[in-house]
Structure formats: structure tokens, C-alpha cells
Design a protein around this ligand. Structure first.
Ligand code: URA
Ligand code: ZN
Length: 371
């Protein structure tokens, strides 16, 4: 029997979330900008800055963002058996503290119901009401196991507002560890726009998406490591988007900087029981394979082990561009075929490792069965 293909990085906005985006006038929002053209989804910080000369204000939003039937169609076109769907950025981060609890429940229930409508095809990462008090967040985490298809939560890098090394997050990490809910850590905020310089607007979304996103993830998880989150919660599982940003490449430098820092590792630092970056990478971290190159997949597999790297697509982001006049639209998305090829080439004759990355690892690590 052919082994299963599982996509663990694939997003959806349930209809009630889209309604909220449509009712807003500040980022994030959905807006009809040009008559006769699809609405646009404007979610990234600064994306609607009126002083910017960019033409890249948001992206068109069609049913592939909210209609689960389109997800199943996409899966069938690309040979994907199972998808672990998650709310897309910016999740519930922008909500007032009073709204967050109710919408977290609604969104988590809605996404779980989408899974229920396609048994065997869909599982889910929930979302947390991070702007609510921590008891409310913890309560929602303890409710997640009652949702049959939910195996973890997706979140960004801001935590309760002070990042993921905030000690106030300990009850949240503790509840996630207790419930065996994997954190899918995903970027949204990027880097301050100044680092991309005054010509950035001419480059569309290339700089924030190709570099801002992965560096944001790298910094966030590094802050978790440095603050001892994985020492305090040794069973916490964190799935890093985009193959861990640059963490696999920079782990050696990070470990070396730690060992050579008198303030951090010296006699006064009280971190003698500190776990190494390498140990955490192989024990707590999972890496998606959404990196679009053989080199990136090999780095991920070398850092965390080929048994901890998981195929993903980032659907519905990165659709093919509109074809030139007279040319036909490709059925298969280049963003997906590139990742399939990268996995095949990274493992060459080690076909079982490629199969594990394509699906077996996700089924085992995220418990993708319902009996
Ligand atoms: N752009 C986003 O805003 N989110 C993604 O997940 C991918 C691209
Ligand atoms: Zn994504």
C-alpha cells in the first residue's frame, strides 16, 4: 500500500472570521478595492501604509481561503491524503480581551466541524485567545482534547504581548504540555520595515516573506530556548514553520555564543542544567519542509532528524501567478511541486525517509488517527 501524504502547514479562515475581517477598517481586514476584481486580504503589518508606493497591497482573497471544499479539491489535485488545517495569521492576536474567548471557541469549533465533514481527510491545529487573561487561555487549552480532530495550536511570536520568553506564559506552556498539544509556531510580524530600506516597496512581498518571516521565527524560538522554556517543559513539542527559519543553519553559532558568554553561561548564570540547542532540536522541535530546496530539507533533517521533518504546502498562500495572455493556468501549484521535488532530491535513494517526511512522521507525531 502506498504511504500517505500529509500536509501539516495549510491554512483556512472560517466564515465567521472572514466576516470579522470584512467589518474592520484597520489591518487586518478584507476590502473590495477595485470594481470587478476579487476582494483583497490585507493582513501584514504596514501593508496598507498610504505613504508606500507599493502595488502589493494585500492579496486577492477567493473561496480557497474559507471554503473547505476548495481545500479538498486542492488536496486531490496534489496527491495529499490528509491535511492538518490551521487558522491563518494573524489568528486572534488583534482582538480585544473580551472578544477573544468567544471567538477562539467559535473558530476552534468551526475548524473541528470542517474536519468532521471530511472524516479521515482533515485534522486541526486550534487557535488561542492570547489577548485574554491567562486563565482563559488555559481553559481553552484544556477544552481542546474534547475536539475530536484537534492535535495542537497555531500561534505567532508575540505571546501575551512580550514574546515567547515571557515567564507569564508558563501556565500556557504547562497546559499545552499536559494536554500533549503541539505548538505550531508561525510568523506574522516579520522584521521592522527599516531593515529593508527605502526601496522595499518595489520588491512586493519578497523581503518580508522570504526573510522577515523566517528570521522572526528564528528569533522567537531562540528566545524560548534562552529563557529555559524547554528546561522547564521538557515534553513540550514545537513545530516550526518554514523549516525553523534559519535555526538549523545557525544552531551551532547559537550554541557557541551561549558557551562563550560569561554573563549567560558563567558561574553566576545558574544554568548548569541547561539543555543544549542540539538536544532541544532533536527532542522538542519539529520542522516543516516548507523551504523549497533540497539544501533546506537536508539542513532540517540534519538538525532535527529525518523523523522530525514534515511536509507542508502553506495553501492557500503562494498560488501560481496569473498566466500570460494566451497561456493556460497550470493545475498544480509550483509552490507545492517545488517542495515535493526538494524532499525527493534531499533523500535520493533513502526512499523511506522521504516517505516519512511526506506523511509517516506527521501521522506518528501528531497522532493522526481517530480510533
Ligand atoms: N503569507 C502569510 O501572510 N501567511 C502565510 O502563511 C504565508 C504567506
Ligand atoms: Zn503559513
Amino acid at each position: 500500500m502506498a504511504s500517505k501524504v500529509v500536509d501539516i502547514h495549510t491554512h483556512v479562515y472560517p466564515p465567521q472570521y472572514v466576516s470579522i475581517l470584512k467589518s474592520r477598517s484597520k489591518v487586518p481586514y478584507v476590502r473590495d478595492t477595485t470594481p470587478g476584481q476579487p476582494s483583497r486580504l490585507i493582513i501584514l503589518p504596514g501593508e496598507d501604509d498610504p505613504s508606500s508606493e507599493t502595488t502589493a497591497k494585500g492579496r486577492p482573497i477567493g473561496p480557497e481561503y474559507y471554503d473547505i471544499a476548495k481545500k479538498i479539491e486542492f488536496m486531490d489535485t496534489h496527491g495529499i491524503d490528509i491535511s492538518v488545517i490551521s487558522l491563518a495569521n494573524p489568528w486572534l492576536d488583534f482582538l480585544d480581551r473580551d472578544e477573544a474567548k468567544g471567538l477562539a471557541r467559535d473558530v476552534n469549533d468551526a475548524i473541528n466541524s470542517m474536519c468532521d465533514a471530511h472524516p479521515g481527510r482533515l485534522f486541526a491545529f486550534g487557535a488561542l485567545p492570547l489577548s485574554a487573561p491567562s486563565e482563559v487561555i488555559v481553559e481553552e487549552i484544556h477544552r481542546l482534547p474534547t475536539l475530536k480532530y484537534t492535535r495542537g495550536i497555531i500561534m505567532g511570536t508575540s505571546g501575551l504581548g512580550n514574546g515567547l520568553d515571557d515567564p507569564e506564559l508558563d501556565p500556557v506552556y504547562q497546559a499545552l504540555e499536559e494536554e500533549n498539544m503541539t505548538i505550531f509556531l508561525h510568523p506574522h510580524y516579520g522584521l521592522p520595515k527599516e531593515v529593508f530600506g527605502p526601496r522595499a516597496a518595489y520588491y512586493g512581498h519578497v523581503l518580508p516573506l522570504a526573510l522577515g518571516f523566517p528570521l522572526e521565527t528564528t528569533i522567537a524560538v531562540t528566545r524560548m530556548i534562552l529563557s529555559g522554556v524547554f528546561d522547564r517543559f521538557p515534553k513540550l513539542n514545537v513545530l516550526l514553520a518554514h523549516s525553523g527559519g534559519t535555526l538549523p543553519f545557525l544552531a551551532g553559532r547559537l550554541e557557541s555564543c551561549i558557551l562563550h558568554d560569561a554573563h549567560y553561561s558563567g558561574p553566576a548564570a545558574k544554568v548548569e542544567s541547561r539543555r543544549s540547542v542540539w538536544d532541544i532540536l532533536k527532542t522538542n522541535i519539529l520542522l516543516d519542509a516548507v523551504v523549497y530546496s533540497e539544501l533546506g530539507v537536508r539542513a532540517a533533517a540534519t538538525a532535527s532528524g529525518a523523523d522530525r521533518v514534515l511536509f507542508g504546502t502553506d495553501h492557500p498562500f503562494f498560488p501560481p501567478l496569473e498566466p500570460a495572455e494566451g497561456e493556460e493556468q497550470e493545475q498544480k501549484w509550483l509552490s507545492v511541486t517545488t517542495n515535493y521535488k526538494a524532499i525527493r532530491e534531499a533523500f535520493g535513494p533513502e526512499k523511506e525517509q522521504a516517505e516519512a517526511v511526506l506523511g509517516g512522521n506527521a501521522i506518528r507525531l501528531l497522532r493522526l488517527t481517530t480510533d
